[in-house]
Design a protein around this ligand. Structure first.
Ligand SMILES: Cc1cc2nc3c(=O)[nH]c(=O)nc-3n(C[C@H](O)[C@H](O)[C@H](O)COP(=O)(O)O)c2cc1C
Length: 149
């Protein structure tokens, strides 16, 4: 059983739907997953020795949605090295834009820089290919769940 914080960045709710579905799957598989819609630094700090799952869309030109920008800035400016953290990333985007899934990719790059340990590959969901993102995310989450200790 793992404790997982699910950190959401969304504009119109697609990433939130994916995150809620992920929470259901993880809890059904015996883990303890908690969802943070407007994640705060204190929420992040609880998972330093546990698991974080970042589920974020992309806005602007490869930017993170406003709901998750404060968390990103806190991690970048105040956290630093976090080798005990294990994490996964589900990135939502649309390949008709030039910085495809840039928000999720930025988050992954930051955590890699800080030596956090990624579990599995980053999942990139393309809204122009898969209008129902849960059909892509659910099998990924089911597999990701089996990689947690
Ligand atoms: C104004 C705007 C800008 C966007 N910019 C990007 C982008 O730069 N790169 C990308 O991959 N997707 C981009 N997208 C696509 C969204 O990330 C995608 O539609 C996603 O599913 C939205 O999820 P959300 O409802 O959780 O915000 C953009 C969408 C909008 C409306």
């Amino acid at each position: 059983m793992a404790e997982i914080g699910i950190f959401v960045g969304t504009m119109y709710g697609n990433a939130l739907l994916v995150a809620e579905e992920a929470q259901t799957i993880l809890n059904e598989q015996g883990h303890q997953a908690t969802l943070y819609e407007d994640p705060e630094p204190a929420d992040w700090e609880k998972y330093q020795h546990k698991y974080a799952l970042i589920v974020t869309s992309t806005t602007g030109q490869g930017d993170l949605p406003e709901s998750i920008v404060p968390l990103f800035q806190f991690i970048r400016d105040s956290v630093g090295y976090q080798p005990e953290l294990h994490y996964g990333v589900i990135a939502l985007g649309d390949s008709t834009y030039s910085n495809f899934c840039g928000g999720g990719k930025q988050f992954d790059a930051l955590l890699q820089e800080q030596n956090a340990q990624r579990v599995g590959e980053v999942l990139l969901i393309d809204a122009s290919e898969d209008p129902e993102p849960e059909t892509v995310s659910s099998p990924w989450v089911e597999h990701w769940s089996t990689l947690l200790k």
